[in-house]
Design a protein around this ligand. Structure first.
Ligand SMILES: Cc1cc2nc3c(=O)[nH]c(=O)nc-3n(C[C@H](O)[C@H](O)[C@H](O)COP(=O)(O)OP(=O)(O)OC[C@H]3O[C@@H](n4cnc5c(N)ncnc54)[C@H](O)[C@@H]3O)c2cc1C
Length: 481
C-alpha cells in the first residue's frame, strides 16, 4: 500500500501532458491559477505528440462553421450531440489563431495563406497543420516549452495518478506516488484507450487510465462501445506495424487498391466506411494496399522517413494497410465546460466524452476538441468555489495493468466487427475497463458508425442520439441533445 504525503494545495491539478493537459494548464495559469501538472509519460509518448494530420477548423475562404458542423454531424451517424458540435465548430477557428499567437507556426503558402488539408468525411479543405505531417510534435513541443517557463505551473513528470482523492462526494485532488495533491479542481487529460487493443496506432500508455480513475471515484462514463479504428495503419511484421498513415495523403490523391490493383472504396469516405471496406477485402483473403505514388510526399516528411526505415519507398512501393484501434470516442461524461458528474472533477481531450463525435469521429476534430473544451474547462474549473480536503488522502495500491491476453481479447472480441458471442466472452475479462467496454457494446444491439455488430447489422433509428452511460454497477441509456 502507498501512503501518499499531501503537498501544498493548488487551484487546479491537471493529470496528463498531451495537447489537452498542456493547454488546459496554460489557460488556467494565465488566469492566475496555481496549477500542478502530473504526467506519467515522457513527452514523446503522448498520442498528441504523434498526431499527424492537424486541427479541423473552418478557416478556408470557401468554408463556414455550418459546413464543418454538417460534416461532423454526418460522420457521427445520428449519435452526435448537436449542441457540443456547434461549440466545437464555432470555437475551433479561434483556438487555431490563439495557438499561432502562442508561437505555433501552422504551415502557410509563400503568399501567407494558411495551408489546409482535405481529410475523409470533410467536404472542404479545413485541417491546419504544422511541419507537414508532424503537427503533434510541433504543437506539444511549443506548449511544453511554455508550460516549463510558466512559474505558476509545477510539473510532476514521470508521475502517475493512482487514485482520485474523493471527500464528501466531491473530488478533492489526486493521489500519486509519492505525493497527494489537494486541489480545488482536478482535470483528467489522460488521453484514450486504444492501446488496450492488440493492433493500435497509439502509444502504449493509452490504456484509459483516466476512465478507470473516474469510474472508481464514482463518475459516469459513456459511449465505451465506440472505439474508432483507423483504416490505414501499416500492416507489416515488425516495428512499423500499426504505424498510422494520415488520411491527408488520401486527400492529396493516394489510392486504396487490392493486391490485384482494383480500387474498392471512395478513399475520402468517413473512417467507418473505409475501415469496413478494408476488412471485407481482407476477409476475402486479399490485401489492401495504399498507393502513395500520386502524392507529393514532401508534405509528409515523417511518413517518408518511417517508411524508408522499413525499406519502403512511397514513390515506388505500395504500402500494405489494415485497420487498427485509434481513438476512444467514449470517456468520462462531461458537460460543455468539462464538468464530470462528480463535483470538482473535470475531463478534457480524448478521455472526456461530450457526445461531440457521435458514433464516428470526423478526422482531426479531436485536436480541436482538446483546445476548445480544454479552454472551457480551465476557465470554469478556476472560478468554481470548491473547498479543499479536510481529511487525509486515501492509501492506494499500484494500478491494475492490462495483460497481453486482454489486448488480444479486445481485438478479437471487440474489434472492427463484433457479435454477442465475443462480447459475452469479453465481459468476463480480468481487466475492469475491458468488461465495461464489453457491457456497453453488448447493450447496443445495432450497427452505427464504428460499432459494427455482425449479429445486428442495421442501424436502429430508435437509438438515434442515445448514449450508453455506465456509473458504478449501473448502466443506462440517455438521450443527449
Ligand atoms: C498516430 C496518431 C495520429 C493522430 N493524428 C491526429 C490528427 O492529425 N488530428 C487529430 O485531431 N487527432 C489525431 N489523433 C488523435 C489525437 O492525437 C488525440 O485524440 C489527442 O492528441 C489526445 O490528446 P490528449 O491530450 O487528450 O491525450 P494524450 O495526448 O494521449 O495525452 C495523455 C497524457 O496523459 C498522461 N497520462 C495517462 N494516464 C496517466 C496517469 N494515470 N497519470 C498521469 N499521467 C497520465 C500520458 O502520459 C500523456 O501525457 C492521432 C492519434 C494518433 C495516435
Amino acid at each position: 500500500m502507498i501512503l501518499p504525503v499531501p503537498i501544498e494545495p493548488v487551484d487546479l491539478a491537471v493529470v496528463g501532458a498531451g495537447a489537452a493537459g498542456l493547454y488546459t494548464a496554460l489557460v488556467a495559469a494565465a488566469e492566475g491559477a496555481r496549477v500542478a501538472l502530473v504526467s506519467s509519460s515522457p513527452l514523446a509518448q503522448s498520442a498528441s505528440y504523434w498526431a499527424q494530420g492537424g486541427l479541423a477548423a473552418a478557416l478556408g475562404p470557401d468554408d463556414t462553421v455550418d459546413l464543418h458542423l454538417g460534416d461532423t454531424l454526418a460522420a457521427g451517424r445520428g449519435a452526435t450531440s448537436r449542441r457540443m458540435a456547434e461549440i466545437l465548430c464555432t470555437e475551433a477557428p479561434d483556438r487555431v489563431r490563439e495557438l499561432e499567437r502562442l508561437g505555433i507556426s501552422f504551415d502557410r503558402s509563400p503568399a501567407g495563406d494558411l495551408l489546409l488539408s482535405l481529410e475523409g468525411g470533410h467536404t472542404r479543405r479545413r485541417v491546419a497543420h504544422a511541419g507537414g505531417s508532424a503537427t503533434g510534435r510541433h504543437v506539444t513541443a511549443q506548449l511544453s516549452e511554455l508550460v516549463t517557463a510558466e512559474e505558476r505551473i509545477d510539473v510532476h513528470e514521470r508521475t502517475s495518478a493512482l487514485a482520485l482523492w474523493v471527500e464528501d462526494d466531491r473530488c478533492a485532488g489526486v493521489v500519486t506516488e509519492p505525493v497527494a495533491i489537494p486541489a480545488a479542481a482536478t482535470v483528467l487529460a489522460t488521453g484514450g484507450a486504444a492501446a488496450l487493443w492488440q493492433r493500435t496506432t497509439n502509444p502504449g500508455g493509452a490504456i484509459g487510465s483516466g476512465l478507470t480513475l473516474a469510474h472508481q471515484a464514482g463518475a459516469a462514463l459513456a459511449d465505451l462501445e465506440f472505439m474508432q479504428f483507423h483504416p490505414t495503419a501499416v500492416a507489416l511484421e515488425g516495428e512499423l506495424d500499426g504505424f498510422l498513415v494520415t488520411e491527408a495523403v488520401r486527400g492529396d490523391g493516394a489510392l486504396l487498391v487490392t493486391d490485384e490493383g482494383e480500387r474498392f472504396v471512395d478513399e475520402l469516405a468517413p473512417r467507418d466506411e473505409v475501415t469496413l471496406a478494408i476488412e471485407s477485402v481482407m476477409r476475402a483473403g486479399r490485401r489492401a494496399l495504399l498507393d502513395l505514388r500520386p502524392v507529393d510526399m514532401h508534405a509528409f516528411p515523417n511518413i517518408v522517413e518511417r517508411l524508408s526505415r522499413a525499406g519502403i519507398d512511397p514513390a515506388r512501393d505500395l504500402v500494405p494497410v489494415a485497420p487498427a484501434a485509434h481513438y476512444m470516442i467514449g470517456g468520462v461524461v462531461t458537460d460543455e465546460r468539462g464538468r464530470s458528474t462528480l463535483r470538482g472533477l473535470y475531463a478534457v481531450g480524448e478521455c472526456g466524452c461530450t457526445g461531440v463525435h457521435g458514433a464516428n469521429r470526423l478526422a482531426s476534430n479531436s485536436l480541436s476538441e482538446c483546445f476548445v473544451f480544454g479552454r472551457r474547462a480551465a476557465l470554469c474549473a478556476f472560478t468554481e468555489p470548491v473547498p479543499l480536503p479536510a481529511g487525509s488522502p486515501p492509501a492506494t495500491g499500484p494500478p491494475a495493468m492490462p495483460g497481453e491476453a486482454t489486448r488480444a481479447a479486445l481485438w478479437s472480441d471487440a474489434g472492427p466487427a463484433r457479435d454477442a458471442g465475443g462480447l459475452e466472452r469479453l465481459a468476463g475479462d480480468q481487466y475492469p475497463l475491458a468488461r465495461l467496454i464489453a457491457r456497453s457494446a453488448l447493450e447496443r444491439r445495432e450497427s452505427r458508425g464504428c460499432h459494427m455488430r455482425t449479429d445486428h447489422p442495421a442501424l436502429d433509428p430508435a437509438l438515434d442520439r442515445s448514449h450508453t452511460v455506465v456509473r458504478g454497477a449501473d448502466q443506462q441509456r440517455q438521450a443527449w441533445d
